[in-house]
Design a protein. Structure first.
Length: 135
């Protein structure tokens, strides 16, 4: 890296930025504006973690673990809620389908002249609902 002598203002390409970063990172206090790409920000983040003391690193890792645990608990809860809603939707759909089939049967029976009470007994539908059926 001794042959790389460009100044901050001369950096034009990402390769120039990488060389400058590698040569001068130990002197940088914060991320300069010309390193605004995500990959460079990740490099600075890694460098910050590597400069932590043993105690600071343990605290950092513990906080990361707590964050990941929290995110996993939330993801699990969302997944479980979605599965429960899906199962409820299937159940409601089946119930609706059964009810529709009973209505079809009730219409056929009504067309054949059965009384509302007889149809109610056969289909287990309330007589009030059977009386409202149109042929």
């Amino acid at each position: 890296m001794p042959k790389f002598t460009k100044a901050e203002t001369e950096l034009r390409t990402d390769l120039d930025r990488w060389f400058y970063l590698l040569k001068n990172m130990n002197r940088m206090e914060k991320i300069p504006l010309y390193f605004d790409k995500r990959v460079f920000q990740k490099v600075f983040q890694i460098a910050e973690v590597s400069n932590l003391t043993k105690e600071e690193r343990m605290l950092y890792e513990r906080s990361l673990k707590e964050k990941w645990d929290y995110e996993n608990v939330l993801a699990y809860a969302v997944n479980e809620a979605g599965e429960k809603k899906y199962a409820e939707g299937i159940e409601k759909g089946i119930e609706k389908g059964i009810h529709e089939e009973k209505l079809v049967t009730a219409r056929k029976l009504k067309a054949k002249g059965y009384s509302a009470e007889e149809i109610s007994e056969i289909t287990e539908l309330p007589t009030s609902e059977i009386e409202r059926l149109k042929l």
